[in-house]
Design a protein around this ligand. Structure first.
Ligand code: ADP
Ligand code: MG
Length: 355
């Protein structure tokens, strides 16, 4: 049975629909992430899941029982905010022990458990007596997680906890969070606007757009088989072509009139017009690209962006710019100003039935 289920949940603010008929289930022990651009309704969703807000319509069920009317403090769940909301006048240990103190757990037992949660959250035991005000941003993040774990909730919710943290530390904390989730076996429901962050940590991801779920799947499914132009663009840069049908096995690039070979079932049934999308890393590029490409575009490299182990080339062909990504070490050097052919294999493109 799902630990948490939403059935046709709406949230209106006056006439504005912030969450629109959302249904989903989250399994016990899952790292489930809700991802979407700013304003897509993520915080509104999590506020209802935690009990800080009530749905306008629909039901929220915890292990099959409706909990719409159960207030946040009576739910077996706990939220970690971006602001962390630590008690500034307390030590690290005081913060972590707080919920146990409220429950009347005796001091030695509290301390023993607090030290355990500190180590789970990758903090040294010596931090127990440290004032939280003397902790760095990353350490405070770990204290907030230890405090949430000490509450012993069935589900931990996180609303963009890492968004104010610099890139390198964020990468470390993303992995730590995943480790903590695995080690504790707790259900984590995580919110972020960064699909990259979601990919690293999650068992499953729900992509939100304008209050609705655009797609739910594993990171690999979302990345490899996006179900819409929106989801494919949300994941990262893509090359997009406006296309219309021509004959079986090919489409026409509306801009250039060029035929593009596609796999037989690439376009949705009844396809009339839409977009064809190719990821930069699926692009072929060379002085001459191999036979069997979906189409060949002749162009010139106009920019080069080094991304560490990979490099992206911007190629101008006619009026359009395309992005090609290569693993640097395996490619012949292609410099700015080189004339090249670009294309892709028919199986590497996706076609969506929308503008
Ligand atoms: P996200 O967390 O994805 O950035 P939110 O859930 O905070 O998005 O907001 C979704 C939409 O709902 C936004 O357009 C926001 O302005 C609106 N909204 C959120 N809370 C309220 C509120 N209390 N009153 C009116 N509108 C709200
Ligand atoms: Mg938000």
């Amino acid at each position: 049975m799902a630990i948490l289920e939403l059935r046709n949940v709406d949230k209106f603010f006056d006439d504005f629909v912030a969450v629109d008929r959302v249904s989903l289930s989250i399994e016990e022990g899952e790292f489930f992430t809700i991802v979407g651009p700013s304003g897509s309704g993520k915080t509104t969703m999590i506020r209802m899941l935690v009990g800080m807000d009530k749905p306008t319509n629909g039901q929220i069920l915890l292990r099959g029982e409706a909990i719409n009317d159960v207030p946040a403090n009576l739910r077996p769940t706990c939220m970690v905010f971006q602001s962390l909301a630590l008690f500034p006048h307390m030590t690290v240990g005081g913060n972590v022990e707080y919920s146990m103190k409220c429950k009347g757990v005796p001091k030695p037992e509290r301390r023993r458990r607090a030290l355990h949660f500190l180590s789970v959250a990758h903090l040294p035991e010596s931090y127990y007596d440290k004032p939280v005000t003397q902790c760095s941003g990353g350490e405070r993040q770990r204290v907030a997680i230890a405090r949430a774990l000490a509450f012993d909730p069935e589900i931990l919710f996180f609303d963009e906890p890492l968004s104010a943290i610099d890139y390198r530390l964020r990468k470390v904390l993303e992995r730590e969070l995943k480790d903590i989730q695995r080690a504790t076996g707790k259900t984590f429901v995580y919110i972020t606007h960064s699909l990259e962050e979601a990919m690293v940590m999650s068992d499953r991801i729900a992509v939100m757009r304008k209050g609705r779920i655009a797609q739910i799947g594993t990171p690999n499914e979302i990345y490899r088989s996006p179900n819409s132009h929106f989801v494919s663009e949300f994941m990262g840069e893509v090359n997009s072509f406006k296309v219309r049908p021509e004959k079986a096995g090919s489409l026409v690039d509306v801009e250039s009139g060029r035929a593009i070979i596609v796999e037989p079932d690439a376009a949705p049934a009844g396809f009339k017009a839409g977009v064809l999308v190719v990821r930069p890393e699926d692009m072929l590029m060379g002085r001459q690209i191999p036979a069997g490409a979906a189409c060949i575009l002749k162009g010139r490299i106009v920019n080069e962006y080094v991304l560490g182990s990979r490099v992206q080339y911007q190629v101008r062909s006619g009026e359009s710019l395309y992005l090609v990504e290569k693993i640097r070490a395996t490619e012949d050097a292609e410099g700015i100003g080189s004339d090249v052919e670009i294309g892709w294999r028919p199986g590497d493109a996706r076609v969506f039935d929308e503008p």
